[in-house]
Design a protein around this ligand. Sequence first.
Ligand SMILES: Cc1ncc(COP(=O)(O)O)c(C=O)c1O
Length: 334
Amino acid sequence: MKFEDIPRIPLTSLPTSFYGMPNLSKELGDVDLYIKRDDVMELAHGGNKTRKLEYVFADAFAKGADCVITMGGIQSNHVRQTVSAAAKLGMDSNVILNNPVPEMKNELLGSGNYLLDVIMGANVYLIDGDDNASIAKMLQVEAKLKAAGKTPYIVPMGASDGIGSLGYMLAAQELIGQWSNMNINPSHIFLGTGSCGTHAGLLLGLRYFGNTTTKVVGVSVSQPEEKKKQILRDVIDLVKDVIELDEGLINEDDLIINGDHFGKAYAYPTFEANAAVKLVAEKEGILLDPVYTGKAMAGMIEMIKSEKLENPKDIVFLHTGGAPALHPYAGQFL
Ligand SMILES: Cc1ncc(COP(=O)(O)O)c(C=O)c1O
């Protein structure tokens, strides 16, 4: 199938805004910084998953689903946006949540995305254990729902399959239009990379819609460079299973991961990410978060300051959302 023929259910008004960050640019020296505000969307605080879910829910409806199941960490933005989309579309949501930061159990259960999942009526299963334990639980819940006569649809973690990633191909098309209107051709676009669907979709979309030059730099929020790169390759292959893409649309040099900024582990705060959250808040009035966008911004700042970027000119930061996590992580800032 062609990308243009894949069904999509709109969940928010698009395009999201795109504009310059002059104060942060001045702070970092001789560079023009821009931001894409995918954190500003209509459903429950928005974020990057909303674009993916436009394709995922279209697929769920096409398959006759009447409820969804997904998984993530207690602070998962993906889960919050899935619950929100399901509510809007009149479906029940079932969510399996594990806790990647056991030391913060009380804070994570008392505020942030967990609170929002509960308010929006999700059936929540809190489990001890890792992502494999969550997958096992998800299959159990699926069997239970099927036995009760329901038709559940499993949304994979991060909605980073071949369908969900298409949301960021569309975002790439949107960005190319915005850049053309502003007469800029950015050298780099930065984002926080977890399950890699956003990165894969954005990169494929830029090349598919004719941008051959902008480098997509994913700052890993959870794993070292080589591991994350392999996940990125795998997700790109999943997209290739869904839509027709030219062989050679992207090559190995296009896969750029900075694996130096996730700290101790996923969702554990770092000094540099907290500092980046503060800096962007104070200079631009924009809220990042300690789990994803703070780490991505810390990576971008470090690469600009240490002059690691080849021919930097007009650098874009993709704000993928996540600010509800500021509340459970309040202790990092107060
Ligand atoms: C705020 C935020 N940024 C970035 C990401 C990473 O996106 P992906 O999982 O597509 O790599 C996520 C994923 O949960 C997120 O919530």
